[in-house]
Design a protein around this ligand. Structure first.
Ligand code: IPE
Ligand code: IPE
Ligand code: MG
Length: 229
């Protein structure tokens, strides 16, 4: 009997390779981030129209990315602010709900305000939830969740800890990293426990909905066993 195809509900993406994309073209790294931001929009549109995808989680800025040169960090903060504001129209158009995860308090008051505003304005959309991991580190997320449970005197179990992670807590089905690097870089360690992984050499600004569709075609036929037979 033919095996049922895997359903894809939660897609997670590590958008990597913006800097190399720019360098290959003799451009400054920041041009790569600008080009990459457009791809994030295209992929969100694809996910909103996809029948089964409920959540797409993009890694946009890690807790380790503060180590980058000051001007690059400053550029990324500005880009995030202007991009989110410009995206509001797109979120409405695609019926996409925006939700941040990560240490938002670490950003400037203005950026925090933008994040809260876009979240509020898009809260009613239901085609897809677009989660942006912003100032995000998975170890920190897990440690903080464990601390909250401990402070409330609750026992730490898989269920209680899982439920304490920022909403919506959903297992990841498919995890994609672009640019050829094959590592998690402190991204969603808990939520990736049984994810299927795909690593593509494509640099993020060159990634397309067409390539995503190819990867999903492979994903649906993979044999996910979850420890069983
Ligand atoms: C990913 O691209 C975007 C962020 C981490 C913000 P990079 O900036 O890491 O690009 P490479 O890896 O240097 O090419
Ligand atoms: C991971 O990419 C973080 C984001 C994509 C936002 P990095 O380029 O920062 O990761 P490393 O340094 O190669 O592990
Ligand atoms: Mg990188």
């Amino acid at each position: 009997m033919a095996k049922d195809k895997n359903i894809l509900k939660h897609l997670a993406i590590i958008m990597d390779g913006n800097g190399r994309w720019a360098k290959e073209r003799g451009l400054v790294r920041t041009k790569g981030h600008e080009a990459g931001a457009n791809v994030t929009r295209d992929i969100t549109e694809y996910c909103a129209k996809h029948e089964t995808i409920e959540t797409v989680t993009f890694y946009a800025f890690s807790t380790e990315n503060w180590k980058r040169p000051k001007y690059e960090v400053a550029f990324l903060m500005k880009l995030l602010d202007s991009w989110l504001r410009a995206e509001l129209e797109t979120y409405h158009k695609f019926g996409a709900k925006f939700q941040p995860i990560g240490n938002i308090e670490g950003f400037s008051p203005k950026l925090q305000e933008t994040i809260a505003y876009i979240q509020k304005e898009t809260a009613h959309h239901t085609n897809v939830t677009q989660i942006l991991a912003l100032n995000y580190g998975s170890r920190e997320e897990i440690a903080k969740a464990a601390n909250r449970l401990a402070q409330r005197g609750e026992t730490i179990t898989e269920e209680s800890l899982g439920a304490e992670l920022p909403t919506p807590y959903v297992d990841i089905d498919l995890m994609i990293r672009t640019s050829g690097e094959q590592r998690l870089s402190n991204y969603l360690l808990w939520q990736n426990s049984y994810a299927e992984f795909f690593f593509t050499p494509t640099l993020w600004p060159d990634f397309t909905a067409h390539e995503l569709e190819d990867i999903i075609d492979q994903y649906v036929n993979r044999n996910r066993r979850f420890g069983g037979l």
